[in-house]
Design a protein around this ligand. Structure first.
Ligand code: AMP
Length: 222
């Protein structure tokens, strides 16, 4: 049975960076629904075009399509640890999350909720710059590249993601409040022993050891 770790938090709370960092210590795969859906939207298939329609409008993609995308990914990408970044992100996706676990042989191991004040989240999102060539991520406030606008890793020209622009960032934060906060409340209530709050404002170098000690501690308990 694979172990599923769910990362929840507002946009900008560092879920993706945390997941990437954990891969240095765990034999795992990241299931990042945002990027997976964006890839799907590039396909010419009917499914791909449907996904694209929703993404273009900034709406949540219907759960059936998200599920199908995750299953297709998991069929090709197995590992002992599965790190879910972006799913479940709506109350209606909780049941599918568990149902898929039975089908794809994973079990909920832990839920980490990265908490972050709204103002900090906003600054982090709108300050984010990415390299379209190699995928490196920077922040003009606290992790700037050595030369403004230029990727340290490959020399590419850094851009601001469309959805990181202030007006869209605000909408994404509202969407989080409306749809994802109820998911966090669900896990806190139903799985109190598996749900952990993390101070998203702390540096990753401090967050990672505490997350790992929780995950390893749970292993030793068995
Ligand atoms: P993200 O990169 O996580 O901000 O996701 C980008 C976009 O993908 C979101 O604005 C949604 O349209 C879509 N998306 C990502 N995860 C989900 C999900 N679990 N359910 C529905 N739509 C999703």
């Amino acid at each position: 049975m694979k172990k599923a770790v769910v990362l929840l938090g507002p946009p900008g709370s560092g879920k993706t960076s945390l997941a990437e960092r954990l891969l240095g210590y765990l034999d795992g795969k990241i299931i990042a629904t945002g990027p997976l859906l964006k890839d799907k939207a590039k396909e010419k298939s009917e499914e791909g075009q449907k996904v694209k329609n929703h993404l273009d409008k900034g709406e949540l993609v219907p759960t059936e399509l998200v599920k199908e995308t995750i299953v297709q990914y998991l069929k090709k990408n197995g590992a002992p640890w599965l790190l879910f970044d972006g799913f479940p992100r709506h109350k209606d996706q909780i049941e599918p999350f568990f149902a898929m676990g039975e089908r794809m042989a994973y079990r909920l191991e832990a839920v980490f909720y990265l908490e972050l004040p709204r103002s900090v989240a906003f600054e982090r999102i709108t300050g984010r710059r990415v390299c379209p060539d190699c995928g490196a991520v920077y922040n003009i406030h606290d992790r700037p590249p050595s030369r403004p606008g230029v990727c340290d890793r490959c020399g590419g020209e850094l851009i601001q993601r469309k959805d990181d622009r202030p007006e869209v960032a605000k909408e994404r934060m509202e969407e989080f409040q409306r749809n994802t906060v109820p998911v966090i409340t669900f896990f806190q209530r139903e799985y109190p022993g598996k749900t952990f709050q993390v101070e998203g404002e702390k540096r990753l170098s401090r967050i990672v050891p505490s997350v790992l000690s929780i995950l390893h501690g749970k292993k030793e308990e068995r």
